[in-house]
Design a protein around this ligand. Structure first.
Ligand code: NAD
Length: 295
């Protein structure tokens, strides 16, 4: 068997088109387009690339993005004051504070200061609680994108055996909650899991979000499984060049699975597209407008 490739770029482009198509109706109702505020502290080069991509995609979708750059020396109180200003600004529907923050600033304190209804990253404990209890809210972008890819690939997930490897608040835990809500039977594995290969062997759906290059081997997989590889690990070759690999041994897995996301070009593009989707969702929720169908 050669697994089909799940084309995250194509799925993401379609999602951005759907978001863009819904913006004019919002603008007609509210007299403005949805707005996303992106706060960047310091000059981490990796963050700069992510932020540039996010801002460019926001413009593609016809939304307004506002970038706030603060020096790495800004105090925690200074950053919290900016978040308070953005919370109070009615033209701002989504607030994203790019992580990591400098060590003198407490990430958790800042994330909790963002108004939950503008928390387009879905990291606020109120949104985590809403997800866990089945209430409408904002869900982290990466697992939202993974669920969309799975639904488009598998269809109904009801009763499927799913394993999520990794229990971070950003990916693993919300992914397990989304799959549970979709009526899959979910195993949430982590660094202390015994016999990871044995758990993976039972799964129809494998979501790997670990950060360990090629941890999941092809021989572990159930033939015909659908594999979503969230991992983004940069590894160095002996000649000094580098390569991005996932948490799944791609060539091995491709010979066993029914479908798999490549790295890059799988989950990554969906994460940014889901940020735009979440901004639109937040704008609709805040305005009391009905949710956009198909998002
Ligand atoms: P994290 O470091 O916060 O969490 C990693 C999780 O993996 C932990 O829960 C840990 O228990 C588990 N783990 C570690 N070693 C393990 C092992 N040997 N066996 C089983 N579980 C193990 O990481 P994260 O933020 O969830 O990110 C995970 C990966 O996904 C990273 O490679 C990251 O770069 C990538 N990522 C990609 C995107 C995207 O848009 N494509 C978004 C977020 C994260």
């Amino acid at each position: 068997m050669t697994a089909a490739l799940i084309d995250g770029k194509a799925h993401a482009a379609t999602l951005v088109e759907r978001v863009a198509a819904a913006v004019p109706a919002f603008a007609a109702a509210r007299g403005r387009v949805p707005g996303l505020a992106v706060v960047v502290v310091g000059d981490n080069p990796a963050s700069a690339v992510y932020v540039r991509n996010k801002l460019a995609r926001t413009a593609t979708a016809g939304m307004r993005s506002i970038e706030h750059r603060l020096p790495a020396t800004v105090s925690e109180a200074g950053l919290l004051a900016l978040v308070a200003t953005l919370n109070a600004d009615d033209a701002v529907d989504g607030i994203l504070v790019q992580l990591p923050l400098p060590p003198h600033i407490d990430d958790a304190k800042v994330l909790v200061a963002i108004a939950p209804d503008k928390d387009v990253d879905g990291f606020h404990p109120v949104n985590a609680g809403r997800l866990a209890t089945g209430l409408p809210g904002l869900v982290p972008c990466t697992p939202t994108g993974c669920l969309m890819l799975l639904k488009d690939t598998v269809g109904d997930l009801s009763g499927a055996e799913a394993i999520v490897i990794g229990r971070s608040n950003i990916v693993g835990k919300p992914m397990a909650a989304l799959l549970t809500a979709a009526s899959a039977t979910v195993t949430l594995a982590h660094s202390r899991t015994r016999d990871l290969a044995g758990h993976v062997a039972r799964a129809d759906i494998v979501v790997a979000a670990v950060g360990v290059p090629e941890l999941v081997r092809g021989a572990w997989l159930k033939p015909g499984a659908v594999v979503i590889d969230v991992g983004m690990n940069r590894i160095a070759h002996t000649d000094g060049t580098t390569k991005l690999v996932g948490d799944v041994a791609f060539a091995e897995a491709r010979a066993v699975a029914a479908a798999i996301t490549p790295v890059p070009g799988g989950v990554g593009p969906m994460t940014i597209a889901c940020l735009l989707r979440n901004t639109l969702v937040a704008a609709h929720l805040r305005a009391g407008l009905p949710p956009v169908v198909g998002l």
